[in-house]
Ligand binder design. Sequence first.
Ligand code: AMP
Ligand code: MN
Ligand code: MN
Ligand code: MN
Length: 276
Amino acid sequence: MIDLHTHSHFSDGLLSVPALYQKAIDNGLSMLALTDHDTVAGVHALMALAEQSSLRIIPGIELSVRFKTKDVHILGLNLDLSSEALCDVIAKQQQSRLHRAQEIARKLTETLGITDVWDKVCAIAGHEHIARPHFAKLLQNEGKVKDFQKAFKQYLARGRVAFVSTAWINIDEAVCAIHAAGGTAVIAHPLKYGLTRTKLNELILAFKACGGEGIEVVSGDTSADDIALLARLCLQYDMLASTGSDFHGQALSRYDLGKQAALPLVCTPIWQLWTN
Ligand code: AMP
Ligand code: MN
Ligand code: MN
Ligand code: MN
């Protein structure tokens, strides 16, 4: 089993790196990529843990990029973590993330009267690398929403009071940094952005024009129809296919680590690039 899209404590995942590693072993994975949002901070520890095991760790990241009016996610896989270009892009993204989080915190105080939002959200995250799920948990803790999903629907999603537009890097910057680090670029969960079919084709073409190699054909919540559509797009645009559960922890994810559906046989798996 192979899982190329997962999260840990270092972003918005519920598991520590050792717990994620143990789960990968328990679930019988042969290959695992840790792809935290805009950070590779957990990857070194994961590689150290897996050093003596047959589990192959693929160093990864999930970069947020701006495509037209949407935030789109690009996975960088099989990265050389010492790459300066990659470090520069990560530093830039972390600044954008920090500014956005502070602005969201300000808005939540202003509109909902929640006090000490910054300290509380940092306590939830365990660090200052804040993602919106940490704010969703805060809204739940403060009794402002009934559940986690409603926090997005009512406050954190685009168009809601606590949404803050972010100056993420563009697709070209993301793909260039991934390539500079010797990695492979994949469009994460392409059906999650609410794009029309025309815009989805434009996204794939723009990504391919920048040198992007892959499409995530199977991700945490793709249906059989979604998988068939993405497999067709892979063939149509001559792209490689990736697979990942987008695991954030049992309570947050539909599929357990590595338990997502199989890649269709017509697809060429992205890991064929890394068999060395
Ligand atoms: P951020 O990168 O800070 O914008 O946070 C994005 C993360 O928020 C995604 O990776 C998901 O884990 C989570 N997320 C986004 N939208 C929703 C939603 N509608 N419901 C639940 N989680 C969401
Ligand atoms: Mn996430
Ligand atoms: Mn994502
Ligand atoms: Mn993800």
